[in-house]
Design a protein around this ligand. Structure first.
Ligand code: ZN
Ligand code: ZN
Length: 437
């Protein structure tokens, strides 16, 4: 067969997606994510970090395809398409050769640029010098004999897309990460409608939540954060994935409803700043302060943030703890320690598990810090991923000839769960080819 799909990642694990679509004359890569599962066996930020691509290849963390990394060799594909700006989908794009263009939604590019500027330099994710091209829903991008249509979907970060790809042998759809229970569910419905419009030969879908089904909503999350904030007698501290704007708005609303000011770190402010001019994304920040840091060295991007935002000194938060809700990542927990939460303070962990696809938490140490401060923890969360019943509904409506479950650890369970739909389920293996037709 002429058209093939090769999965270099995202197989039997949550994230690390790397999907090659190739015809005889044209190839594209969908996502080039970091596999936390294999990377954390050998590396631990910020001390043991990869220094070269050869080591990552040898350890089996990235594909053993030298053409992907060296511009001296023939191009292995013509373009890279990113579904969204989560590290498990974009975290290894820095390793790819620079002469292959990268396409992504505008908000995703803004987030990637802001993260690139506000993070420690890394060979894995550095996008400096890359050819970046943005797309919107409604665009059809022609690359050789392929036509790629990106369509917005709802997920836990703005600028998330699914793709419908026309090939000479029929259409392939890729969900990226998506959900139908989120605040922007209508975007996902647009994607489902687009898939229904044409016969989909192969649907490559995430199936993250086969064992984590929950019925909840972002509105419910906001209510719960608000209830905790209302009853809290001290400082409210929160943490969640840095590019989740829905969650940010929930914390913001909960703080405002209870007469508290929101305090964030410069890095989170940099992400919010990068999205402020995007009218489709509602970033509320009128009553948000950026926490000044004690470090002597201030980077240029931080200077910019300190000028652009209202700032607050840690001592001022410390003096009036009942007036603030501070969003702070674990790496900055020492700042909270110095603020010295008064008895009655609480921490709201707003993520589903210790190892999230976009937020790496050293759970044991987090518990130790909270113990040292006498701060109890609440967990309040709603998933960015589609629930099992909803996913089955999508497959029933789209009626693809074949489904390939990726980005999840339970493909066999998934296969049995949708058996009655009479859709062929192909459980992928890393590196093996799935042909169309
Ligand atoms: Zn993901
Ligand atoms: Zn994601």
């Amino acid at each position: 067969m002429e058209t093939n799909i090769t999965l270099y990642g995202g197989v039997n694990e949550v994230g690390g997606n790397k999907i090659l679509i190739s015809t005889r004359e044209t190839s594209i890569m969908l996502d080039f994510g970091l596999s936390y599962q294999s990377r954390r066996k050998f590396f631990s930020d910020p001390f043991i970090i990869p220094r070269d691509v050869e080591t990552l290849v040898k350890l089996g963390i990235v594909p053993n395809v030298p053409e992907m990394y060296s511009e001296k060799l023939e191009k292995p594909f013509d373009a890279l398409f990113l579904s969204h700006a989560h590290r498990d989908h974009t975290g290894h794009i820095g390793l790819l050769r620079k002469d292959i263009p990268t396409y992504a939604g505008e908000a995703s590019l803004n987030i990637l640029k802001a993260l690139n500027e506000a993070s420690r330099k890394s060979i894995e994710s550095d996008i400096h010098g890359k050819i970046l091209k943005s797309f919107h829903t409604g665009d059809v991008i022609k690359i050789g004999n392929l036509e790629i249509a990106p369509i917005h979907v709802d997920h836990s970060t703005p600028g998330s897309y699914g793709f419908v790809i026309k090939t000479p042998e029929g259409s392939i759809a890729y969900t990226g990460d998506f959900r139908t229970h989120g605040p922007k569910f209508s975007m996902t419905e647009d994607f489902i409608r687009k898939m229904k419009e044409q016969q989909i030969e192969v649907l490559i879908t995430e199936h993250t939540n086969m064992l984590d089904g929950v019925v909840s909503s972002e509105k419910e999350v906001e209510e719960k954060i608000s209830e905790i904030t209302h009853s809290c007698e001290g400082l409210v501290i929160g943490d969640f994935a840095i590019a989740d704007i829905d969650r940010y708005n929930s914390f913001y609303n909960a703080a405002m409803r209870n007469g508290r000011q929101l305090v964030i770190t410069p890095k989170r402010a940099a992400i919010l700043s990068s999205l402020r001019n995007d009218r489709r994304i509602n970033v509320r920040a009128e009553n948000t302060f950026v926490l000044m840091k004690e470090k002597q060295r201030t980077y240029d991007w931080e200077e910019k943030i300190f000028k652009e935002w209202k700032t607050i000194e840690p001592e001022d938060v410390s003096k009036k703890q009942k007036e603030f809700l501070v969003l702070i990542p674990q790496v900055e927990m020492q700042q909270i320690f110095k603020i010295s939460p008064i008895p009655g303070s609480v921490f709201i962990f707003s993520s589903s598990e210790p190892f999230n696809e976009e937020l790496e938490i050293d759970y044991d140490r987090l518990i130790n810090w909270l113990g040292a401060m006498g701060v109890p923890m609440y967990t309040v969360h709603v998933s960015g991923h589609i629930m099992p019943i909803h996913l089955k509904r999508v497959i029933r409506e789209v009626r693809p000839k074949k489904v390939v479950p990726i980005h999840g650890e339970n493909p066999e369970l998934f296969k049995k769960y949708i058996e009655d739909l009479n859709v062929q389920v192909e459980i992928p293996k890393v590196g093996s080819r799935i042909s169309l037709g």
